[in-house]
Each structure stands twice: as C-alpha cells, then as structure tokens.
Design a protein around this ligand. Structure first.
Ligand SMILES: [Fe+2]
Length: 487
C-alpha cells in the first residue's frame, strides 16, 4: 500500500464514525479534488504561458502584473522540509495586458536552494524545519528561503523572507540578481516580509531579532534613508506590524523567543499569561513610545492602521487563541492531514486610546490575509478584503470577503469546496479616487480542474462573483502574499 492509498483508506475508515454532515462534506471533498495539490512540489521553473479566459470580459484599464510568493518545493529524496513555511521561494507572475493574461513561475535562486539541491536533501534549517548534517549557516541569509512575499522597488522586485535580506529579482524575467545589502554594515540583517508603504511610496519595515529590532526607512525607489536599532519590551515572534501616518505599531504577542532551537519555532514559547502588548512608536522620534496591554492572542497579520483627530489609533488584525496553526497545522498539511488549529483566526478591531486604554473587539468572521486600498495606508479607511470560508475536512480557505467597518457588514463570495483561495489583492481603477473603487485580483487553485486560476472582482460588489476569470495550464501550490504592479 503506498502512502496515498494508505491516506485514502484512513479517510474511509474514519468516515464510519462521522456524522451525516461530515459524511456529506467528505463526499463533496472527494468530488472537489484532492486538496493536497495545494501543497505539492514544483520541480522546475514554469515558463510564461497564456491563461484561458473562462468567462466574463476583462475590465478595460486593468493591466499590469500580479507577483506572488510562497513555498514551491518542500520535499527532497534525502530529507524534506517539515513545515509549510520552509519550501523554496517560488515567484509567480500573472500578467494582464489587452484583456489577456499569462502565468509563469520561477524559483528564487538562493544559497539555501543551491545547497539543498546539491545535497538532494533539505539540510538547511528554517522556521519550523531543523537542520541536518551538512548545513552551513554563516549568516541568516544562508537559510534565507525568500519565500513569503514580494516588494516592487523601482526597477527591481524584491523577494522577501523575514529573518534575512531581500533578494533582488528581475521583474520581467524573474531571474535572481543578488542578495540586497542596504548598507554594508547592515548586511544580513533581518527584513520582515510585510513592509508598510505610505501613499507617497516611502517604505517602513522592521527586522526583528529577539528583543531588538531594526527600523528600516526606505525611499520609494529603495534607497536606505535610515536604519535604527530599538529595544523591544519582549522577544515576541513578529511577522507583521502596522502603521498610521505618524506611528509604527508593533504587536507583541506572548509567543516569545526563549532559546535557540533546532528550528526558529522550536525556540519560541507560548505564554498566554503574559497577555499581548502593543508598542506604538513615533515615526519622527523612535524614542517616543507608548505601550498598551490587551488580552492574549496569536496573530500573523494586521491591516493598515489609522488615527482620528483625537489621537485614537485603530487597526484590524486576524487573531487566533494560540499559535496552533504554525505549530501543528502548517506541519500537518505537508503530511496530507487536515490542518486543525484550536480555532481558525477571526477578524478583530483593535483601538488604542490616548488615555492608555486598549480595546479588542472580535468578530465572528473567519479571516486571514487582510489587505486594503494602499492609497489610504495610514489614513482613515473603511474596507478590508480577506480570505474566509472553511471547507470541512480541508485546510485553508474557499471564499473572499470585504468587510465594511463603517457599516460593520461584509460582502462575501464562496468558490465552494473545489477551490482553494489565496490572498486577494486590491488595485485601483485608473483615475479613481474613492476607496475600493477598483478590482480585487484573487488567485485560486481549482482542485477539480487541477489548475491555477485568476479571478477578478469589482471590489465593491464581491457578492456578485467574479466579473471574469482565467485558468492557467498548470497547478501551482497555494502561495502566501503578493503585490499588483499596475502597468
Ligand atoms: Fe505573512
């Protein structure tokens, strides 16, 4: 019995004890296609090829490239990565011109990928994968998988990890050029995968190492303006941060680095009794800081923050009771097991008040990958787009939703069990000025068709479904984060 039939047999046995609803879901999933395709390996770069228009009429004015990143190769004959976040970075490019779309994908040519390829085994340690004999770690960039997100910078496209440097890619060919050194004395310093871009293009980012962080400030073209090292109140795991026009906001969850582990995650300890803290820094003077206390929660991602005239800061975040997804779920999916955290992350709104009090309001909405209209970054805004919708018996998401914070309602469109949705990205209609006047670009993996698709929504009418969609000739594994660069 091979592994696949073993797993299938296991599902069959388990079904004997399931409720009618769960049996129905299992049957629907079988019809929908194997979700493990979302975590399969890509063995070689995928050359640019046309996508087939499935339905609808591509909006005139929608032109450019959606670049996305995420693990593309996890398994090797001698040894495999044991965590979804530790595959080799695979840059995907969906290009839209004159109503037609193409798809291509190319691996980031990192020292890690070269070393693991030569060893025919994943020997390099990562976020959740331990090192093996033969690993050579001279600097954080020795383990840099360049696999989380992308940042367009002038004529370059940077592939981002979080514990090392950006990797410079050619946006046209997706060829790897070099590891980016922003200043010689800062070579190899961490650079998070979630930089915050102001409406005028300036970029703020953090690099976190234990209870110290470097605060990066870059021009819109990628020139380093400043890099200041600050102390953090605790050595939390920081994957993302947020910002208003005047402040940087760092959520310090009670998942704290306590030791050096076999992998990065092994050194983290979940200590919910500590609660979650939020550190607010003045962009103009990083020594001016405030610290807020909130109940304990785990969080990967947050939305753009803003503040009102009275100094109240607000931002949304996708929060869970604990880090069981990175601890277990993101390992289990590689074994073909349905991911089960204690609970899926939910959309929440956090308010930091001038008097030092902080509020956390949880919604019931399952949510991950929150994004907004970047023209309003740091300013009062109304809309958040995010992935949602859980198909029983399967990991990740099957629906896209737009939350309206003004009316506190959401529009939602579900693709159903045959599709796994990735992060949806907003892009403005040319000439528009109002928030969310534009389109959402939502890639999916169609499990039934065995192909990657790109769906376009009117951002203000998500419930109406995609206005057009294309299907590629290949199935790419589900990715993490992307950016649309309008032509
Ligand atoms: Fe992320």
């Amino acid at each position: 019995m091979n592994r696949r039939s073993f797993l299938t047999a296991g599902v069959g046995l388990a079904a004997l004890a399931l409720s009618p609803e769960a049996l129905q879901a299992a049957a629907a999933n079988q019809m929908a296609g194997d979700w493990r395709l979302g975590f399969a390996d890509i063995e070689a770069d995928i050359v640019r090829a046309p996508m087939r228009l499935l339905h609808g009429r591509p909006p005139p004015g929608l032109a450019g490239a959606l670049y996305r990143n995420g693990s593309g190769k996890i398994r090797r004959p001698g040894r495999s990565a044991t965590h979804w976040f530790d595959g080799d970075g695979l840059i995907r490019a969906f290009r839209i011109h004159d109503g037609a779309a193409t798809l291509e994908a190319r691996f980031v040519d990192t020292p890690k990928r070269r070393r693991d390829t030569a060893a025919d085994a994943v020997i390099t340690p990562g976020f959740g994968t331990s090192s093996a004999p033969g690993a050579s770690i001279g600097s954080p960039d020795s383990a840099n998988a360049a696999n989380i997100s992308v940042l367009p910078m002038g004529e370059e496209l940077w592939a981002l990890w979080e514990a090392g440097s950006p990797t410079v890619m050619d946006p046209q060919t997706l060829a790897t050029r070099e590891v980016k050194t922003l200043r010689p004395d800062l070579a190899g310093m961490p650079f998070l995968a979630h930089p915050r871009r102001e409406p005028d293009g300036r970029v703020w980012n953090l690099g976190v190492n234990g209870d110290k962080a470097v605060v990066w400030r870059l021009s819109s073209k990628g020139a380093l303006e400043s890099a200041d090292v600050i102390e953090l109140p605790r050595a939390s795991y920081v994957h993302d941060f947020t910002a208003t026009a005047r402040h940087l906001i760092i959520v310090l969850q009670p998942w704290v680095q306590q030791a050096m582990g076999q992998s990065y995650m092994d050194g983290l300890s979940w200590q919910p009794q500590l609660g979650t803290q939020v550190l607010v820094l003045d962009k103009a003077d990083l020594s001016k800081r405030r610290l807020y206390d909130l109940p304990s929660f785990f969080c990967f991602h947050m939305g753009d923050a803003w503040e009102d005239g009275g100094g109240e800061i607000r931002f949304d975040a996708c929060i869970a009771p604990d880090p069981s997804f990175p601890l277990q779920g993101a390992r289990n999916v590689l074994l073909g097991e349905e991911t089960h955290g204690s609970e899926a992350s939910r959309l929440a709104m956090i308010t930091l008040k001038p008097n030092g009090a902080a509020d956390l309001v949880r919604t019931e909405m399952v949510a991950e990958f929150p994004r907004s209209d970047r023209r309003f970054a740091g300013q009062a805004r109304r809309f958040t787009v995010h992935a949602t919708g859980l198909t029983p018996g399967r990991p990740l998401f099957d629906a896209v939703a737009v939350h309206d914070w003004k009316r506190n309602i959401a529009q939602r469109f579900s693709f159903g069990p045959s599709q796994m949705i990735e992060e949806a990205v907003f892009t403005a209609r040319p000439g528009s000025t109002e928030e969310f006047d534009g389109w959402l670009l939502a890639p999916t993996l169609n499990l039934a068709a065995g192909a990657t698709e790109l769906h376009v929504f009117d951002a203000r009418a998500v419930e109406a479904g995609p206005i057009c969609a294309w299907r590629g000739a290949v199935a790419l594994p589900v990715g993490l984060h992307g950016v649309f660069v309008a032509a």
